[in-house]
Design a protein around this ligand. Sequence first.
Ligand code: HEC
Length: 128
Amino acid sequence: MRREKIDVMKLVAVLSISAAGLALLTFLMSRQTDEVFASSKARTDAVALFDSKCAMCHGKDGRGTKFGKAKGAPDFTNSEWQKSHADEQIKSAVTNGRGKSMPAWKDKLSPEEIISLVGRVREFAMKQ
Ligand code: HEC
């Protein structure tokens, strides 16, 4: 009789631990899915933003259009260019402009949008 009672308690303990584990796993999985979804949406937005505001000079492929290159736009797919430019520098160039032909975007884009464009510029390096 006593033995039986201990077995039931063990069973209850094992079951509640598994239930808690399952709940935690479900929570972690749903969170991960949300994060992946959020970042892929952010990426889609950054691509659209780049294509609409920057591609006329930098090209949708980041290599620079004829028009942009004539004004001195760099090739973002060039690994040397990527290595020699820090994120801060890219952010500052997009925010405040650079030289005669690279416009400043601080009045037209939010800081978050500008940061997303730094990511977009970085992405061209991986496409070689
Ligand atoms: C009217 C053409 C034009 C548009 C539009 C334009 N750029 Fe540029 N961009 C240039 C030119 C030209 C340069 C080279 C400037 C220089 O080094 O003198 C440049 C340089 C840059 C650089 C390199 C800065 C550095 O430190 O060397 C980055 C990064 C950049 N542009 C990002 C962007 C982004 C992001 C957008 C869109 C929000 C954008 N550009 C829109 C013409 C343009």
